[in-house]
Design a protein around this ligand. Sequence first.
Ligand SMILES: Cc1cc2nc3c(=O)[nH]c(=O)nc-3n(C[C@H](O)[C@H](O)[C@H](O)COP(=O)(O)OP(=O)(O)OC[C@H]3O[C@@H](n4cnc5c(N)ncnc54)[C@H](O)[C@@H]3O)c2cc1C
Ligand code: SF4
Length: 573
Amino acid sequence: MQIIRNRRIYDVAIIGSGAGGGMAAKVLTEAGADVVMLEAGPMWDPVKDSYMFRWNYDSPRRGAAIPTQQFGEYDAAFGGWTLDGEPYTTAAGDDFFWFRSRMLGGRTNHWGRISLRFGPDDFQRKSIDGLGDNWPITYEDMKPWYDETDRLIGIFGTNLPFRNEPDGIFLPPPKPRCYELLIQQASEKLGVPCVPSRLSILTRPHNGRAACHYCGQCNRGCATHSNFSSPSVLIPPAMKTGRLTIVANAMAREVTVDENGLASGVSYIDKNTVRDNHVRARIVVLAASACETARILLNSKSPKFPQGLANSTGIVGKYLTDSTGTGVTGFIPKMMDNHPHNEDGTGGAHLYMPWWIDNRKLDFPRGYHIEIGGGRRMPGAGFLGNIHAYTGVEASGTPIAFGGYGASLKRDYRRVYGSTVSFAGRGEMIPNPDSWMEIDPRVVDKWGIPVPRFHFKWSDYEIKQAKHMQETFRAIIHEMGGTPLSPMPTAQQNYDLAPGGRIIHEIGVVRMGNDPNTSALNKYCQAHDAKTVFVADGAPFVSQPDKNCTWTILALAMRTANYIAEQRKAGAI
Ligand SMILES: Cc1cc2nc3c(=O)[nH]c(=O)nc-3n(C[C@H](O)[C@H](O)[C@H](O)COP(=O)(O)OP(=O)(O)OC[C@H]3O[C@@H](n4cnc5c(N)ncnc54)[C@H](O)[C@@H]3O)c2cc1C
Ligand code: SF4
């Protein structure tokens, strides 16, 4: 195998350009480091490449999913659950799904922008209920970095009177839509608080970026840079320093080390030429998304580190978690025959429901928050596909019966358009010994790189949580006078708890801690085994609170990158 070796030695090589990689690049280049960023996907510019202003009917497929854009052909996620030539495997009897976006900015081009800080309890849960582990850092350690992330990126929301939902530095939230107010009325009657969302979308001009003009298409990437993505917010200032070199279509294979066990660079496949390359760097930051980062470390075997890098105690790959998730959609007859009205807004819900119950009253630990949906969104492929399932009574008292053909079907579509609401829970999983990843000894991808094999099992804790979610969502739908569009799932169906990975919050496989026997990284996300190797994505997380993970990936990556900058200045690395 001929390897093309670059002579130049960079200060830092960053693998991945998503939330973690983008933040590390911004901080490190602004601190004076020469950085090379390896990105497995192509370059992507939201201004030129976003399909934000396309109608679904512009496409013969009406915007339906295609293999390379599995959330829809106008969506800004290049990739999905399967990637051509890049398999992964799951252990017999286990289910795990691995979502990957391959493009500059990774999944930050598409993500939901739900940007929740973890709370003080979330970092120290073991001290509260004895389960899992505490983080080696507290909320107070993270608070300045969350504050700085809020200031840099911009986030709307409100401060709340709940101890474990910390205050932020918020732009004003947008007004709730009509259906959101109806949900709020019903949920609050049941004692479930429904409050303004916290989304990283600009409701005011911020740091030179325009305010959102409420087109509602955030998942297609924002051509006006009004929401957060790495290519909108983090890559441009890093480029402006003149110290960032991006190598696109560069698939990292392994981190190389010198005879002292310090990082010497990264070997990667140039996907354009399908040749092996090597880039030299004094420090390596892995931010390829949690499971890919663990894969690269496990594949980085050398005489000094025969089990892989940062893995002398065999920890890399352990403690894999995803958020719990299940959902219900309900048909609300009183919202039928609605007057067309303005529901414009951001590409996410303007209200959500944070966790509200004291666990001592429940038969499961930890909690979940509720994401809501509904309204008159742009129709696409599959629009109102199961209209025959809508049941209830007309205002006249006659039973509702929809479906059929031609003019009557079109009339029914118009009548029910915008009369459904949906609820999705996102909750905390406790790490368990049956959920982890390793390298499959027999399978390689199309470049010959060994692939991950996943093991995944939910415990009773998460299954009981899903039951509680289902009961809560159905109670709110009934309180609104509506009917759930699906029957209550059974215990045999795990109460419709989504399989591992499906919520796309997979984290925790290279975790941080004070004890090198139970963690791969120290409290600065620096490998215990190799002081010039750092991780800046979700892999270092010790637990997966009910809050979506990305705001903490960003804040932690900012903290890690600042630490690297300080250590460089002090000559310690
Ligand atoms: C549909 C959807 C909705 C979501 N909604 C939310 C939400 O509302 N709130 C929330 O907090 N989170 C949400 N997420 C999750 C969020 O997108 C991720 O947590 C976040 O993007 C993770 O950042 P990252 O830097 O770890 O990885 P990514 O953003 O995935 O970036 C990783 C980058 O590394 C590159 N890469 C991978 N392997 C290699 C390699 N070997 N060599 C070189 N480069 C490589 C990839 O191409 C990619 O660009 C959502 C995700 C999806 C898909
Ligand atoms: S809703 Fe706002 S932030 Fe989202 S894509 Fe449209 S303009 Fe951009």
